[in-house]
Design a protein around this ligand. Structure first.
Ligand code: 2AM
Ligand code: CA
Length: 266
């Protein structure tokens, strides 16, 4: 599969950052048993990965703007183009020595996501997508799963943690979904969750309280694999509203409805 020049730039940046994270991940595993824990070390690993991506992308396309998890918004001369970058998605996993984390890079052109790369260094899985060009994992074409019934579906989700999100809302959503599906998974990296939906490994996914960098690349990945994505209200405001529901057309539709089922009367 021939990649466009811009996608190549994104792949190089993601893999270089991924190699840096992999090296640091080895040390994080050693630090689990230390009294202080790997906290500071992980923040450094995260910043180092972001630095690598920032340097690679700025060199290849000077002037493009950025939205990055650590650095925030960086306005370039070219405000038609914006990189949306999460150097380490799944930080809690990384911190605990669980090899489920990813690098996520998206390119937005005039407000539309046109290219996305997600790299999972632990499994050496590279997900790529370009608008209108399909989605791939290590050069294999991706397609969302074909299961159309929730009762056959494995659905991923995110659980709001300490100090974030509305825990009560999540419990209602979970209560609605868990009674209707074959299984629920919680992986801890929204970027990877969306990549897994694109790859047909999970049939659907929902989460709230996300940031644009967690999901920008993943949203394109699912769409380009033939799937549907929306915010929790059914609209297309995911990047601003921080909620996402994904799946094939049928799963997306029923999942959206199921999430919002009112409580039965007592
Ligand atoms: P992160 O690992 O980059 O923080 C897990 O439910 C998803 O929520 C991950 O994609 C995670 O991204 C994201 N998330 C956003 N804010 C978070 C936070 N404060 N703590 C943990 N996960 C967070
Ligand atoms: Ca993230």
């Amino acid at each position: 599969m021939a990649r466009s020049a811009i996608l190549n730039v994104m792949v190089q940046a993601a893999m270089k950052a991924g190699r840096s994270l992999s090296r640091d991940f080895g040390e994080v595993q050693n630090l689990q048993v230390s009294l202080k824990g790997p906290g500071d070390y992980v923040s450094q690993a995260d910043r180092k990965a972001e630095e690598i991506i920032f340097a690679e992308l700025s060199k290849a396309r000077p002037g493009y703007s950025f939205l990055m998890e650590e650095r925030g918004a960086v306005h370039g001369d070219d405000d038609q183009h914006r990189w949306i970058v999460d150097p380490l998605d799944g930080t809690t996993n990384f911190l605990h020595g669980i090899p489920l984390f990813s690098v996520s890079i998206a390119l937005e052109r005039q407000g539309q996501i046109v290219a996305g790369v997600i790299y999972n260094p632990g499994m050496d899985e590279l997900y790529t997508a370009e608008r209108g060009g399909g989605a791939f994992m290590n050069d294999r074409r991706l397609r969302v799963a074909a299961r159309s019934k929730l009762t056959d579906a494995v659905i991923g989700c995110g659980v709001p943690h300490l100090g974030r999100g509305h825990h009560g809302n999540f419990l209602l959503e979970l209560r609605n979904v868990m009674g209707e599906v074959a299984g629920i998974r919680r992986m801890g990296s929204a970027a990877l969750d969306l990549a897994y939906v694109a790859a047909g490994r999970m049939d659907g996914f929902w989460e709230a309280n996300l940031s644009a960098w967690d999901i920008a690349a993943g949203l394109l990945m699912v769409r380009e694999a033939g799937g549907f994505v929306s915010d929790m209200g059914g609209g297309q405001d995911m990047l601003d509203d921080g909620t996402v529901v994904a799946g094939n057309e049928a799963i997306h539709r029923t999942l959206l409805k199921t999430l919002k089922k009112p409580l039965p009367p007592r």
